[in-house]
Design a binder for this molecule. Structure first.
Ligand code: NI
Length: 142
């Protein structure tokens, strides 16, 4: 009887959307204001969904304090108040779109979950109107 739970974490970060595969003019066309040379910021909301069996001793799939600690340690402390193009090792060489970030965050967290707890979904909201989600498998983004 697998169940799933979701934990949310928020962080603030700056980024610039600019592809090395496109000319400067194409970059401006594709990304618009998000191509701004010195970047811009977002208040991100990250949702991590895990699934597994309920532990009959606790009635829980995973202790939410533990899940929160893993999300903070593996992702949030590395991206919060950083420039995603410059400061974040796991995003090195990655265009920091919310789509790419969900795939990178999947790999950042998947192997840190306790036995019997499986990663189900990584969702990232960048603004009121925009969000992306990834449901695996682990995949390298370059
Ligand atoms: Ni942006």
């Amino acid at each position: 009887m697998p169940v799933e739970i979701t934990r949310r974490a928020n962080f603030c970060a700056a980024h610039r959307l600019h592809s090395p595969h496109l000319s400067d003019e194409e970059n401006r066309e594709v990304y618009g204001a998000c191509n701004n040379l010195h970047g811009h910021g977002h208040n991100y909301s990250l949702e991590i969904t895990v699934e597994g069996e309920i532990d009959p001793k606790t009635g829980m799939l995973i202790n939410l304090f533990e899940l929160d600690r893993i999300i903070k340690h593996e992702i949030v402390v590395q991206v919060d108040h950083r420039h995603l193009n410059i400061d974040v090792e796991m995003l090195n060489g990655v265009i920091p779109t919310m789509e790419n970030m969900t795939v990178v965050f999947w790999s950042a967290i998947e192997n840190h979950l306790p036995d019997g707890v499986r990663l189900k979904r990584v969702a990232l909201r960048e603004s009121e109107k925009n969000s992306a989600a990834y449901s695996g498998p682990a995949h390298e983004v370059k």
